[in-house]
Design a protein around this ligand. Sequence first.
Ligand SMILES: [Zn+2]
Length: 113
Amino acid sequence: MHELSVAMSIVDIADEYASNASATVVNEIEIEVGQLSGVIMDALKFAMDVATKDTILENASCKYIRIDGLSRCRDCTYEFETDNLFTPCPKCQSYRQEIIRGKELRIRSLTVE
Ligand SMILES: [Zn+2]
């Protein structure tokens, strides 16, 4: 499962951050998940439950923030929300578009003590 390796790298990053900050407990972690990142939110939540076991994140509360996808049409510059890469521009039906938001997959914040 792709999400499990994502979850494990989130744990690695958090672990490294916490030890740099000499923290022993992570209280909360906020994770941004772009709709176009290729990661399925529910699968990531499940994977995080598994990946955080016996780690510094075990008792942390995980918050997930969904970032909606936003594309810009290369032909008419119209911007529109999308949840996939295969939707034509609603204005001119062009498939030439660039993603301007929604590929994010990152830790937004980490609360340690
Ligand atoms: Zn267009």
